[in-house]
Design a protein around this ligand. Structure first.
Ligand code: FAD
Length: 295
């Protein structure tokens, strides 16, 4: 099923993200995580590609297929194009097609640390074009409520986002953010630019202090005072920070749903405990809103 259909049917789509285990551990390592995530009954699960060392690229296809075949859950396979040739991407797209995977998150990817790029692509919209030429896939793309790190301004980034969407993107998933007001401003500006596809909010529950420096490195996300207060207070107490991080994410989600968000994409970090707690807190609210729409 094409995921864009879900946005037409539901008021709020609820999805999860997992990352594949490294190639040097058995793929079965992720089974328990997926077993537990299945209990949450997400609308779909996305599978990252090559993030964190580039060791797990083939596994994205494998796990996306496993989700559909073994778990009966729709999947969204992430795919990056930077440092890739058309030939390599053709092989992956053929493989995705052969495995009956219908949805791709088309990403550029980050520049390699050594600065040596050998690929045929510069931006994600070129990957969108390529995917469309290769087959009938549903296509999602990334967006950045606070602007992408390489852009001089949010305005400039939005011009590029509009271009990317116009090349054939069905819906967008945001980078993580911790201040909903920034998301609402972004959403208004995107609408003013004529970006009219659904935008799913990417929510990252912060459950340990180490995550925070990584978040800043990846996204430079603004951390509101109420968030840094939690870190200062509970940063050295793993269990307290985990509980506070879950509560913070729940508060964000409740406010987003009240503000008519199209969907919530939970960065699970392969932690089913956290994902379960969050779904337990917001699941009936989402059901209620979706029943309202169906009526
Ligand atoms: P693009 O849309 O190409 O944008 C990149 C930059 O180029 C932006 O600054 C944009 O404004 C600019 N730009 C775009 N078009 C033009 C143009 N025509 N002219 C000039 N400038 C332009 N990375 C991974 O490696 N694996 C993953 O699985 C992964 N999953 C992700 C999931 C989500 C939801 C998000 C938000 C990010 C994910 N990333 C992942 C990170 C992503 O690859 C990086 O953020 C990357 O730096 C940008 O990718 P993009 O697809 O947004 O790029």
């Amino acid at each position: 099923m094409k995921i864009k259909k879900l946005f037409a049917e539901k008021k709020v789509v609820f999805s999860l993200e997992v990352f594949p285990p490294r190639n040097d551990v058995p793929i079965e390592d992720i089974y328990q995580t997926l077993d537990e995530l299945q209990d949450i009954d997400p609308d779909y699960i996305s599978v990252t590609y090559g993030a964190g060392g580039g060791l797990n690229k083939n596994r994205t296809v494998e796990i996306s297929s496993l989700l559909k075949e073994k778990y009966g859950i729709e999947s969204l396979a992430h795919l990056t194009c930077i440092n890739s040739t058309r030939k390599t991407l053709n092989q992956i797209l053929d493989n995705l097609k052969a495995k009956n995977i219908e949805n791709i998150l088309a990403l550029r990817g980050d520049h390699p640390d050594d600065g040596k790029e050998i690929g045929d692509y510069t931006y994600a919209y070129q990957l969108v074009d390529h995917i469309k030429q290769k087959g009938d896939f549903g296509i999602a793309a990334a967006c950045y409520p606070e602007g992408h790190l390489e852009s001089d301004s949010l305005e400039e980034d939005l011009i590029h986002l509009k271009q990317k969407v116009d090349h054939g993107v069905d819906y967008l998933i945001t980078q993580m953010f911790f201040e909903n007001e920034l998301f609402y401003k972004f959403r208004d500006k995107a609408a003013a630019k004529g970006i009219d596809v659904p935008i799913e909010a990417g929510i990252m529950p912060v459950i340990n202090k180490r995550q925070v420096s990584r978040i800043i490195e990846l996204s430079d996300a603004y951390l509101p005072k109420k968030f840094t207060k939690i870190l200062d207070k509970y940063g050295d107490n793993d269990q307290a920070l985990r509980d506070a991080g879950i509560a913070y994410a729940v508060e964000q989600i409740v406010d987003l749903i009240a503000s008519d968000v199209d969907g919530i994409h939970l960065y699970t970090m392969n932690n089913p405990y956290v994902a379960k707690k969050i779904k337990a807190a917001v699941g009936s609210l989402i059901d209620y809103i979706n029943v309202e729409k169906a009526d």
